[in-house]
Design a protein around this ligand. Structure first.
Ligand code: AMP
Length: 367
């Protein structure tokens, strides 16, 4: 594991007036580049050749330059890392970055300063750690079913890794579980190794809300959380084929039973639920500080399902920018009550870097 002091040492060698913000051309990159530009930063897109054209097609969100790699995981090769350091780059992590590179490799092999706390990526990608974090934060999480033989009632089966719901399935009995797993394997929806590494949860009923938070140590606005302030920057809901299954009524084609995330929709929450939401965010931050010092930095998301009788259940925490924030490049129905100027999460990150630099606290938001 690369110690934080080593990353700080690299940062000390940077020309602070020439810092550039870099990210992988995927996930929420357009928003990150757009926001960085608005805050006056130079941007670098780490990109495969086949995507350069697409990422060039958005003049206000196109990176100032590309570092072309044969595949995204090659970012860890010495060439791209040298180039990033020579350009005083700070990497902004997002979901695809974590998925393609892997949290383990990020903490062991990435010798480029990264915005946020890399340890939070380890805690978000390890299912057991994530559960420990959420439970210690006194959040209600979906019940785990220890083995397929214990299935009694509708369950939700998930496979390892951030795969945007791909291949997830539901079952009501051990027999149905086995039958559906076989089907998924046969149809190539899951691989043999997935069939060994899954978790079974109660199927949570209710409305989904994906809460976009931002923890800041450089602004004096938002909800007080000890050393920092917590902002709610937006809420979204994912769009998955299952949401449209009613269109196949009365004989719904089986392809509709698919939870793959294909997009996002904006939502706002009944206002009386906001105090509870803010409190959930605060608790997750406080516990993160105990579990992995200095805890969360910048954006994170709680993925929840709310039902009036059952309250909020939190089925996932993402410890970095989430793609649902792409809905709000010019701000959201919540960020407009925090900032006078249009504020996306991408821009918020860049603002944090700019402020921290001015305050001489850049190292505090980097690992
Ligand atoms: P995830 O990859 O964990 O974010 O889950 C992908 C999608 O699966 C979510 O957006 C939800 O629609 C659904 N989902 C996840 N966990 C549950 C659960 N325990 N019960 C019902 N639906 C779930």
């Amino acid at each position: 594991m690369i110690p934080r002091e080593d990353v700080w040492e690299i940062l000390r060698g940077y020309d602070r007036q020439r810092i550039s913000l870099a990210t992988m051309c995927s996930h929420s990159a357009l928003q990150i580049f757009h926001g960085a530009r608005l805050e006056g930063f130079r941007t670098i897109g780490i990109c495969t050749q086949d995507r350069v054209e697409t990422y060039s097609a958005f003049p206000l969100a196109r990176p100032d330059e590309f570092i072309v790699v044969d595949r995204f995981s090659s970012i860890l090769n010495p060439g791209p890392q040298d180039e990033l350091r020579s350009k005083n780059a700070i990497i902004i992590p997002h979901g695809s970055f974590v998925e393609y590179v892997g949290a383990g490799k990020i903490i062991n092999n990435l010798r480029v300063p990264m915005y946020g706390n890399r340890m939070s990526l380890v805690w978000e990608t390890d299912r057991r750690k994530q559960r420990e974090w959420l439970e210690s934060s006194k959040l209600v999480v979906p019940k785990e079913i220890p083995s397929p033989s214990k299935i009694a009632g509708k369950v939700f089966v998930k496979f390892h890794g951030a795969r945007g719901g791909k291949g997830f399935l539901t079952a009501r009995s051990p027999q149905e579980f086995r039958r559906r797993m076989k089907e998924m394997l046969k149809r190539g929806k899951i691989q043999a190794k997935d069939a060994e590494d899954f978790s079974i949860q109660e199927f949570v009923v209710g409305v989904r809300y994906y809460l976009h938070f931002f923890l800041s140590i450089t602004e004096d606005i938002g909800l007080n959380v000890g050393e920092g302030r917590l902002e709610l920057l937006g809420i979204d809901k994912r769009v998955e084929p299952i949401d449209e299954s009613y269109r196949g009524l009365p004989d719904v084609p089986s392809e509709f039973f698919d939870y793959t995330v294909t997009g996002n929709q904006p939502v706002i929450l009944r206002e009386s639920l906001l105090p509870e939401v803010m409190d959930m965010g605060r608790r997750v931050v406080e516990v993160s500080r105990k579990l992995f010092e200095p805890g969360l930095i910048g954006p994170f998301c709680l993925e929840t399902i709310y039902h009036p009788d059952k309250g909020f259940k939190v089925f996932e925490v993402s410890a970095r920018i989430v793609a649902g924030t792409n809905l709000y490049p010019l701000g959201s129905p919540y960020s407009c009550y925090v900032f006078e100027q249009p504020m996306s999460t991408g821009r918020r990150i860049a603002l944090d870097v700019r402020k921290a630099r001015r305050m001489g606290r850049l190292h505090e938001i980097i690992y």
